[in-house]
Design a protein. Structure first.
Length: 79
């Protein structure tokens, strides 16, 4: 694995191990739960916007898992 890529993942994992990251994930999970309530959606445009918001939240909330999986694949390829 390239040294710059190795550093990228080390920095990313280091960031995700902080209390600040954990607090952010908790806040985003709460926000996601609120947005998943479609009873407040009044029209199709609002629903589409809400879906986009949820997609972005899922991307961020799943970031750690995604990085871990990719990192593992990269390590496997080197063996």
């Amino acid at each position: 694995m390239e040294q710059s890529l190795q550093k990228y993942y080390e920095d990313t994992f280091s960031m995700m191990a902080t209390e600040g990251w954990k607090a952010l994930m908790e806040d985003l999970e709460k926000l996601k739960q609120e947005l998943e309530n479609i009873r407040t959606v009044k029209d199709a445009q609002t629903l589409s916007y809400r879906q986009g918001q949820l997609d972005i939240l899922d991307l961020i909330l799943n970031r750690k898992k995604t990085c871990e999986e990719i990192y593992e694949q990269l390590e496997q390829e080197e063996r």
